[in-house]
Design a protein around this ligand. Structure first.
Ligand SMILES: Cc1ncc(C[n+]2csc(CCOP(=O)(O)OP(=O)(O)O)c2C)c(N)n1
Length: 508
């Protein structure tokens, strides 16, 4: 389908650029460069590709958007504002102030529309791999025969920067994503050659797309910087690349988008100076002049452009929702057992009979905790289809395998030891503890299933960077790390735009 794009869309993009610049200027700190230069890309994703319903941020059928380059939080905040997802101009004016809905980096449950906390570069991309895996598992549980129009099919979109791709965690996770053939994962890499220390030529020179190709990814390049040195934010080419990425359902996709950071800021574009500091009076005026705006007006709003974006997002949401609701109702009627299970999982409840199956352990008799853990997991598995997980190549040692259950792998990857399929249950993370933690967070934040992962205790240090804010469960050698602790703490009492934290008592 040809891209429908008019002058109001151009004006909305211009609006996004200046709002980001003004918000950083007002806060006195922040990262304006990438929110300015990726405004058109983010607008294209939010307004034309991402399946969201501004009226319901918890819509089960929604696509997920992960801003792995979390420092560029305004990129997402401004799109949430333009899409009418809960943020208002006042929230943008309070960027980076205490208690505001617009903290320096996106925070899950704090701001409506934020699917995951990001900031540590690369972790968002790694967790997005978990979101994509969870989506496939959800579909396997509820609608394995369903096609692309299944109510359980959705995509995961990521914006990642050079920093995300330099971090090892993303290499671990993206390698696994290739093995897993995650056709529902679409990444835009902002290939702008600039990070804090300016030109990335001092630190980052491999052929990234060749690397991703060798992981088994579908790769594309879109150059907004033309060979004659001119620059144009060619949304048509990017739209075509996103459409091709979506059409590729057997591989994850990465689009290298060559941009100029901070464009069209007059003197600071294409430098590290615009990455993470306010533009300053003259530069900010210069940016506005280059965009054809009043150089002295702060937070000026183009009402028509904002209304246009909000109308488009609302209408699109309604129409996507109508189609999905019909598919979901048909599915519910045809699958009453599945519908009951879904209701239980959405309410985050366990089955009442879960405890009946638990093994008992003799007091005073020595038993390795990993053996006890394996026995408990296997006892819970029959009544809790939402429970799945694995190990970082230590399944036999950590007792993480659910006996008799298939592995979660493409059919072509089965081995003599592990049989399975795309909807299987035993996970194989490979020797990738760091990514395992982040992937588990993505799975946990997808919201329907309960994931666990294991390694030896000493290697769990590698998991630390992946964090555990999503509520994933880790098993480390003989010690079981129950990350519900973090899950309990992460909700804040009065989120300004997010959902109220759910109760923590989840077991019957
Ligand atoms: C794990 C981690 N290390 C360091 C940082 C600090 N940091 C924030 S942004 C940044 C540079 C990122 O460069 P790039 O991804 O190219 O972003 P861009 O300059 O294009 O906005 C660094 C080092 C971080 N956020 N996370």
């Amino acid at each position: 389908m040809t891209l429908q794009w008019n002058s109001l869309d151009d004006r909305a993009v211009t609006q996004a650029k200046v709002l980001a610049a003004d918000a950083v200027e007002q806060a006195g700190s922040g990262h304006p460069g990438t929110p300015i230069s990726l405004a058109a890309a983010a607008y294209l994703i939010y307004q034309r590709h991402l399946r969201i319903d501004p009226a319901d941020d918890q819509w089960l059928g929604r696509d997920r958007f992960v801003l792995s380059a979390g420092h560029a939080s305004l990129l997402q905040y401004v799109q949430l504002y333009l899409a009418g997802m809960g943020l208002e101009l006042d929230d943008l004016k309070k960027f980076r102030t205490m208690g505001s809905a617009t903290p320096g980096h996106p925070e899950y449950r704090w701001t409506k529309g934020i699917e995951i906390t990001t900031g540590p570069l690369g972790s968002g991309l790694a967790s997005a791999v978990g979101f994509a895996m969870a989506q496939r598992r959800d579909k396997g549980i509820f609608d394995p025969e369903g096609g692309d129009d299944s109510p359980f099919a959705h995509d995961v979109y990521v914006i990642a920067g050079d920093g995300c791709l330099q971090e090892g965690i993303s290499a671990e996770a993206c390698s696994l994503a290739g093995t897993q053939e995650l056709g529902n994962l679409i990444v835009i890499w902002d290939d702008n050659h600039i990070s804090i220390e300016d030109d990335t030529s001092v630190s980052f020179n491999e052929d990234v797309l060749a690397r991703f190709e060798s992981y088994g990814w579908h790769t594309q390049r879109v150059d907004w910087l033309n060979s004659d040195g001119s620059y144009s934010e060619d949304v048509v080419s990017l739209d075509a690349a996103l459409t091709a990425a979506k059409a590729e359902t057997t591989k994850p996709s990465i689009i290298a988008l060559r941009t100029i950071i901070g464009w069209p800021s007059p003197t600071k574009q294409n430098t590290g100076a615009i990455h993470g500091a306010k533009l300053g009076g003259d530069e900010l005026r210069g940016l506005k002049e280059a965009l054809g705006l009043d150089p002295d007006a702060m937070f000026a709003i183009d009402d028509e452009a904002v209304a246009h974006a909000r109308d488009n997002a609302a209408q699109r949401g309604r129409s996507l929702r109508e189609t999905w609701d019909a598919a979901f109702t048909a599915w519910s009627e045809a699958n009453p057992d599945g519908a009951r299970l879904l209701e239980r999982l959405r309410a985050d409840r366990r089955t009442p009979d879960m405890r009946e199956n638990l093994p008992t352990f003799e007091e005073g008799k020595a038993l390795a905790t990993r053996a006890a853990s394996g026995a408990v997991l296997n006892a819970l598995a029959p009544t809790l289809p939402e429970l799945w997980g694995g190990s970082a190549d230590l399944a036999g040692s950590n007792n993480t395998a659910i006996m008799g259950e298939p592995s979660f792998i493409p059919a072509s990857r089965q081995t003599s030891m592990w049989s399975g399929g795309p909807y299987g249950r035993n996970l194989h993370f490979g020797v990738r503890e760091h990514a395992m933690a982040a992937i588990m967070n993505g799975i946990a934040l997808d919201g329907l299933t309960r994931v666990y992962g294991g390694t030896f205790f000493v290697f769990s240090d590698y998991m630390r960077g992946g964090g555990a804010p999503g509520g994933a469960h880790g098993i480390a050698g003989d010690v079981r790390v129950d990350a519900r602790f973090d899950r309990r703490r992460r909700g804040r009492p009065h989120p300004p735009t997010g959902r109220a934290p759910r109760g923590v008592s989840r077991d019957p």
